[in-house]
Design a binder for this molecule. Structure first.
Ligand SMILES: Cc1cc2nc3c(=O)[nH]c(=O)nc-3n(C[C@H](O)[C@H](O)[C@H](O)COP(=O)(O)OP(=O)(O)OC[C@H]3O[C@@H](n4cnc5c(N)ncnc54)[C@H](O)[C@@H]3O)c2cc1C
Ligand code: SF4
Ligand code: SF4
Ligand code: SF4
Length: 399
């Protein structure tokens, strides 16, 4: 891939923000395009042509940021049920922060801004890191957070930095060397959806409810399990609107490849070799894994320790988690982000043009498909015990 700053081809830019952080004269700003995705823009009047931005570009650089791909696979969930309820999967991120962050430290993660856009920020007190809990499925704005992280690292503080793999690669390119006091955590990610959709959906919710948005969650476990991806909006008048993935245009359009970032189609990070010291995801198809890490359907994390540093942290997670090793081959087979990226649909162009012109109601009427009954049956009728029994019976017959 070429660097976007030379090619001006949007499919060459992951939006990782490394170039913006590297520019010594702050000549680069990240500007949203008509689909809501951010791209670097150089202010020619400020630029001193040092080329540092191109040197750190994740798209065009060598692959030195990857770990070898011989890590250890775990599944588990935190013992604290409230913590698990406020996390997207099994709450592994908070358990990792607990183990790694001692003495002076900073934790970097994705939080909601007041307008519910998503930005990278940091805390220096673990008790404030709850704002990072829960997946926000919009690419976070890293802004100048790599510079902040570097300052903490140079001061000898421990830094836990979490983000998408391209953001972690951007951080590594920006830092240019390894720091013993840095622990990186990447999430299993196979594309990010258009921020424009979320803005439009939130505006629609506000218009039908007539009250201001107080809280928003992409995956709420309030009234439904971990697997149904319940998207919830809570308003200032106390009303809550929740829609599960099967009836939610956000998830159906995103998972169908209708509104992903153009460069995600060329993503280099959807593979077994990982960038972060630790990778986090959901342990989907939990019925295929040991029953002791099921946890009553409130979510189980997939944790991959990719480096010696990651392994040493994961070895201590048993203090606050119910955790065990899981079969790597089975996980790789289930988890597409460990094998390949999400392809764009051939209808992406049509959907994105409708997204820019139609109101939310018309967009939903045109694009939301009825979910297949077999999926609803599996999600709402078959419980873990039944799925596990069917899975074991099929395996027994195959043998
Ligand atoms: C864009 C995106 C796509 C994902 N796709 C998959 C997938 O295909 N399969 C899968 O198994 N898992 C995926 N995940 C990961 C999954 O949703 C959970 O984030 C992960 O399992 C961690 O959950 P947890 O319970 O350990 O901790 P939680 O407390 O729920 O995790 C929060 C962690 O995720 C980080 N985070 C949240 N939102 C963002 C964001 N927008 N950008 C960067 N970091 C963020 C926070 O900083 C924090 O470190 C994705 C996550 C994101 C953000
Ligand atoms: S060439 Fe140097 S000064 Fe110009 S935008 Fe890139 S990093 Fe900034
Ligand atoms: S460094 Fe990242 S944001 Fe900048 S051009 Fe390269 S891929 Fe895009
Ligand atoms: S799919 Fe790849 S390029 Fe897209 S956000 Fe995820 S890690 Fe970055």
């Amino acid at each position: 891939m070429e660097c976007y700053l030379d090619s001006c081809d949007k499919s060459d830019c992951f939006g990782c923000g490394a170039c913006q952080n590297a520019c010594p004269v702050r000549a680069i700003s990240m500007q949203p395009d008509e689909e809501g995705f951010r791209y670097p823009k150089i202010n020619a009047a400020l630029c001193i042509e040092c080329n540092l931005c191109r040197k750190v570009c994740v798209a065009s650089s060598s692959e030195r940021f990857f770990n070898p791909g011989n890590g250890e696979f775990f599944g588990g969930y935190v013992n604290d049920e409230n913590l698990r309820r406020s996390s997207s999967s099994g709450g592994a991120f908070s358990a990792i922060a607990d183990v790694f962050c001692m003495g002076d430290y900073a934790i970097f993660g994705a939080e909601f801004a007041p307008d519910f856009s998503v930005r990278q920020s940091y805390v220096t007190d673990k008790s404030h890191s709850c704002k990072f809990r829960g997946s926000k499925y919009e690419q976070s704005d890293v802004s100048l957070s790599f510079i902040d992280a570097k300052k903490f690292l140079q001061d000898g503080k421990r830094v836990l930095f979490s983000g998408t793999p391209c953001q972690i690669a951007g951080l590594k390119n920006f830092l240019g060397r390894d720091f013993e006091n840095l622990l990186t955590v990447d999430v299993l990610c196979e594309s990010v959806p258009s921020p424009l959709f979320v803005r439009k959906y939130m505006a629609y919710l506000r218009s039908i409810n007539g009250s201001r948005l107080k809280n928003f969650a992409y995956r709420d476990k309030f009234n439904g399990g971990w697997e149904c991806y319940l998207m919830s909006a809570v308003f200032e008048d106390g009303k809550r609107i929740s829609v599960s993935r099967w009836f939610n245009l956000f998830y159906s359009a995103w998972f169908a490849g209708l509104m992903s970032r153009p460069a995600c189609q060329k993503c280099r990070f959807c593979r077994r070799e990982r960038v972060g010291d630790i990778s986090l995801g959901d342990l989907w198809r939990i019925f295929k894994f040991p029953r002791k890490i099921y946890g009553g359907g409130l979510g189980t994390s997939l944790i991959i320790a990719n480096s010696p540093k990651g392994c040493s942290v994961c070895a201590q997670l048993g203090k606050s988690m119910r955790i065990c090793r899981v079969d790597e081959k089975l996980v790789v087979c289930i988890q597409r982000p460990l094998r390949q990226n999400m392809a764009h649909s051939e209808k992406r162009g049509e959907f994105m043009s409708d997204l820019q012109t139609l109101d939310y109601r018309s967009l939903r009427a045109k694009w939301l498909k009825r979910p297949p009954l077999r999926l609803l049956f599996s999600a709402y009728v078959l419980g873990d015990t039944l799925k596990r029994a069917i899975y074991n019976a099929i395996n027994f017959i195959k043998k």
